[in-house]
Design a protein around this ligand. Structure first.
Ligand code: C2E
Ligand code: MG
Ligand code: MG
Length: 387
């Protein structure tokens, strides 16, 4: 019997009830009967054939076999080590894992009813599984609530000013999303945006932000704010893939008779590793007269490669560099980044500027824009209009 294939003669037992769950099998050839014996009476639970999995249940939830498998004909089986499943399950989305465990528990309890057996312990009862499932269901619950919040218009937009350092003039705003959850209070965008990105929910959320940002521009115009500030929208991975994004942006602007260059897109550095998609989006934006910023520059995925081919209009320097401005090393690095962005023909925005000294050093180094609590925290449109 080879390690990778097992030839089982007709009539042999492959595994028996109460055996430990070491292996599952893929049936390559032949027919297998799965049965259980209750009070001396044998019940056939199923017949399995080529292409089907055998014995995977006990392997998944690590419980003893609840049935016996016997080869009805000569069979060839490919053994699947339980670790092959365990590793994949561990790497799977916790929601998928919880779904699987819940189905498995339900199946086992139906089986116990059928055979009059003691019900097997609930697979979700093990502490680890329960915590895992709890976290997964929390996530699903939060996602449903986010969907409902979007429908009810409970997501809010905050605008954070971006200042031209030399003039002190507010050139534009970054639109940042806020969600006030009825019980949890303010949920950080870091949490709910990640959740929305896991499903396509980020697309309607992004469109909602787009609409609110355009409404805000209309309001700035109505109040006679000149020159009209720009508003920068953050876009996530799925939005970058969405080929209709730029057209929808143009449509929203067009409806309100707004110039395209008043909307900007921010793409976070980690997304830029997928060069081709971002290059396409950049080309579309530029053809439409819209500017694109590379967000969170310098945050761990740093790789200068993408800057060779992707012509961003703006680079947003991550807060960590601004915080390092109290050290000669930080000043040296930011100085080099200023020179690099200038050579590339784009402008630099320093993020997370909280102190006067930081702005001073940035000014001295030739960084054009600053964003951060020193300039202003993210505020409502009404507050931004009344500054
Ligand atoms: P980001 O695009 O890098 O936005 C800047 C973050 O830095 C914001 O966090 C902002 O509130 C925070 N910040 C600004 N100035 C300062 C400062 O001086 N000090 C400190 N400590 N923090 C400052 P926030 O609002 O929590 O947003 C986190 C991230 O969530 C954003 O990072 C962005 O990636 C994402 N995000 C927010 N709104 C949206 C959205 O509408 N769509 C998408 N796709 N992502 C969004
Ligand atoms: Mg941003
Ligand atoms: Mg940023």
């Amino acid at each position: 019997m080879s390690r990778h294939r097992a030839d089982i003669p007709a009539g042999s037992t492959i595994f028996a009830e109460n055996d430990p769950p070491t292996t599952a099998f893929l049936i390559e050839r032949g027919e297998v009967e799965v049965s259980t014996v209750q009070r001396g009476e044998r019940t056939v639970l199923g017949l399995l054939g080529p292409g089907m999995l055998l014995g995977e249940m006990a392997v998944i939830d690590d419980s003893p076999r609840t049935a016996t498998a016997r080869a009805l004909t000569d069979c060839t089986l490919t053994p699947i080590d339980r670790r092959q499943f365990a590793e994949r399950l561990a790497a799977a989305d916790p929601v998928v894992r919880a779904l699987l465990m819940s189905q498995l528990t339900r199946y086992r309890s139906a089986l116990a009813t059928l055979t009059g057996d003691e019900p097997v312990p609930n697979a979700l009862d093990a502490t680890d599984s329960r915590q895992d499932a709890g976290a997964a269901f929390d996530k699903i619950r939060l996602e449903s609530e986010l969907r409902a919040a979007l429908d009810r218009g409970e997501l809010e937009v905050r605008l954070q000013p971006i200042e031209e350092i030399i003039s002190g003039h507010i050139a534009g705003y970054e639109a940042l999303m806020r969600w006030h959850h009825p019980e949890r209070g303010w949920v950080s965008p870091a949490e709910f945006i990640r959740l929305a990105e896991e499903t396509s929910l980020i697309l309607p959320i992004g469109d909602y932000m787009l609409g609110r940002a355009c409404d805000a521009l209309v309001e700035f115009r109505r109040r006679g704010v000149k020159p009209l500030p720009f508003i920068a929208l953050n876009v996530s991975g799925r939005q970058v893939d969405d080929t209709g994004l730029v057209d929808r942006m143009l449509a929203e602007l067009g409806k309100r008779n707004l110039p395209p260059d008043r909307l900007k897109i921010e793409i976070t550095e980690s997304l830029v590793l997928d060069n081709a998609r971002v290059a396409e989006l950049l080309a579309r934006c530029h053809a439409a007269g819209m500017h694109v910023a590379l967000d969170d520059f310098g945050t761990g995925y740093s790789n200068l490669g993408p800057l060779l081919t992707l012509d961003f209009d703006q680079i947003k320097l991550d807060q960590s560099f601004v915080r390092a401005l109290d050290r000669p090393r930080g000043v040296a690095m930011v100085g080099v980044i200023v020179a690099m962005t200038r050579a590339l023909g784009c402008n630099l925005v320093a993020e997370g500027v909280e102190k006067r000294e930081q702005r001073e050093v940035l000014h001295h180094l030739g960084c054009r824009y600053a964003q951060g609590w020193l300039v202003g925290k993210p505020v409502t449109l009404a507050e931004a209009l009344n500054r």
